[in-house]
Ligand binder design. Structure first.
Ligand SMILES: *Cc1c(COP(=O)(O)O)cnc(C)c1O
Length: 402
C-alpha cells in the first residue's frame, strides 16, 4: 500500500462510480446503486439529465470563460430569473456554498459600513450550524471539530443556542451586531428545522434593531424542500441569501442574493471572483432553475416527499429499536437513528442504497428532486432489508452471548 496522492481530508467509502442516470449510479465494476445522497443535495435533477447535458454541451461549443472583466449575458439572465422568483434584486455569483456565505457576510458588513455604522461587524449564528469550511465560515459555524488546529478563530462571530429567545434579544440590542445568519432548516446539523414562530421573531427583531437577516439556503434552496426557497414555507423574507449545492445540478456554482438596499455598498471593486458566474456554470444553472420553476414541478417534489416520508415513518414503526423519528421538509429528510448512524449507513450501503450522515445521529435522504416513485419504493425496500439484517444479527449476537 503506497497510500494516496490525495490529502486524507475525506474518509471515503471504497466505491468508485463511473456513470449515472437519474437516481442510479454504476461502479467501475458495473454494480448498480440507488443514489439518495445526490452528491450531498447537489444532483438536483439526477445524473446525466438530458436537459442539463444539452445546456452544458451547447455552451461548451460556444464559449467557456471570459472572466467578469466583460458582460456575460447568460449570467444576467440567471440573475434575473432568480430575482423574478424571489425577494432579491441583485445576485453575485461564485463557485461554492462557502463562497456564497462569504459574499453574504461581506455584503452585510459592507451595508453597515456604507451607512457609517462601522462598528456593526458581528454575525450571529446558531449552535449546530454549518456554513462551510473557509476560515470565516468555520468561525461562523462555530464547531470546535472544524476550528481545531487552524489558528485563531476569525473575529466577528457570535453564537447563540438553538431557538433561545433571551440570547437572541441580547445580541440584537448589541451595537456591534451586523446580521443574523441562519439555515431555515439545519442540514449538516441533523435536519433540524426552526419553527416558523422563531423565524418570524428573528425577522421582526432584525427590523426593530436595524440588523440584517441572512438565510443560508446552500442546502435547502432551489426546490429541495418543495418551494424554490425553504424560507417561503415560513413566509419570512431575508435581506441576503446564500445558495449553491442544487443550483448547478452538479456543476460547481454558488450565488449570493440580496435586496437592492442590502447590496447597495457592494460597489465596483468591493468583491470579486475569477470563475464566478462563468458561462458554463450559468448555462447549467439556468437550465436547473428553469426546470424547477416549470408548472407542477414543485408540486411533484411535495408529493414525492410525502410518499418517501410516509414510507420512512412506517419503517420507523417496524423497527423502533433502530430508528427514532423522521423529520425534515420536502426531499431533505432526516431519519434519526438509535443505533450509531454510521452502522446503519453501511448496512444500507450493503443493500446498494446511498445516504448521507448528518449530526445528531441522523441519516439524510436527499434523492434527486425528479426521483421516480419506483425509486422511492426501491429505497424503502433497501432500508427495510438493511433494518431486518441488523435486527437479525443483533438477535443472533444476543443469543450467543447468553
Ligand atoms: C454544504 C453547505 C455549505 C458549504 O458549501 P460548500 O459548497 O461545501 O462550500 C454551507 N452551508 C450549508 C447550509 C451547507 O449545507
Amino acid at each position: 500500500m503506497g497510500g494516496s496522492a490525495l490529502f486524507d481530508t475525506f474518509a471515503r467509502a471504497s466505491l468508485s462510480f463511473d456513470r449515472g442516470e437519474g437516481a442510479w449510479v454504476w461502479t467501475t465494476d458495473g454494480e448498480k446503486y440507488l443514489d439518495f445522497a445526490s452528491g450531498v443535495a447537489v444532483n438536483a435533477l439526477g445524473h446525466a439529465n438530458p436537459r442539463l447535458r444539452e445546456a452544458l454541451a451547447a455552451q461548451a461549443d460556444k464559449l467557456w470563460h471570459v472572466s467578469n472583466l466583460y458582460e456575460i449575458p447568460v449570467q444576467r439572465e440567471l440573475a434575473e430569473l432568480l430575482c423574478a422568483n424571489s425577494f432579491a434584486d441583485r445576485v453575485f455569483f461564485c463557485n461554492s456554498g462557502a463562497e456564497a456565505i462569504e459574499a453574504a457576510i461581506k455584503t452585510a458588513r459592507r451595508y453597515h459600513y456604507g451607512r457609517g455604522e462601522t462598528e456593526r461587524v458581528d454575525i450571529v449564528t446558531v449552535e449546530g450550524a454549518f456554513h462551510g469550511r473557509t476560515l470565516a465560515t468555520i468561525a461562523a459555524g462555530g464547531q470546535e471539530k472544524y476550528l481545531e488546529g487552524f489558528g485563531p478563530k476569525a473575529p466577528g462571530f457570535v453564537q447563540i443556542p438553538f431557538e433561545d429567545r433571551e440570547a437572541l434579544k441580547e445580541v440584537m440590542v448589541a451595537p456591534t451586531t451586523a446580521a443574523v445568519l441562519i439555515e431555515p432548516l439545519q442540514g449538516e446539523g441533523g435536519v433540524r428545522p426552526f419553527s416558523t414562530a422563531w423565524l418570524k421573531e428573528v425577522r421582526s427583531l432584525c427590523d426593530d434593531h436595524g440588523v440584517l437577516l441572512i438565510f443560508d439556503e446552500v442546502q435547502t434552496g432551489i426546490g429541495r424542500t418543495g418551494r424554490l426557497f425553504a424560507h417561503e414555507w415560513a413566509d419570512v423574507t431575508p435581506d441576503i441569501l446564500a445558495v449553491a449545492k442544487g443550483l448547478g445540478g452538479g456543476f460547481p456554482v454558488g450565488a449570493c442574493l440580496a435586496t437592492d438596499e442590502a447590496a447597495a455598498a457592494m460597489t465596483a471593486g468591493s468583491h470579486g471572483s475569477t470563475f464566478g458566474g462563468n458561462p458554463l456554470a450559468m448555462a447549467v444553472g439556468k437550465a436547473v432553475v428553469e426546470t424547477v420553476l416549470e408548472d407542477g414541478f414543485l408540486d411533484e417534489v411535495k408529493r414525492k416527499a410525502l410518499l418517501l416520508k410516509q414510507g420512512l415513518a412506517a419503517v420507523v414503526d417496524s423497527y423502533p429499536d433502530l430508528f427514532e423519528t423522521v423529520r425534515g421538509a420536502g426531499l431533505l429528510i432526516g431519519l434519526k437513528c438509535r443505533l450509531p448512524a454510521s452502522m446503519i449507513l453501511s448496512a444500507v450501503r450493503d443493500e446498494h442504497l446511498l445516504l448521507v450522515p448528518a449530526g445528531d445521529n441522523v441519516l439524510r435522504f436527499l434523492p434527486p428532486l425528479n426521483v421516480e416513485d419506483d425509486d422511492i419504493r426501491a429505497a424503502l425496500e433497501a432500508l427495510d432489508r438493511a433494518a431486518r439484517e441488523l435486527t437479525l444479527s443483533a438477535t443472533q449476537t444476543d443469543g450467543q452471548s447468553m
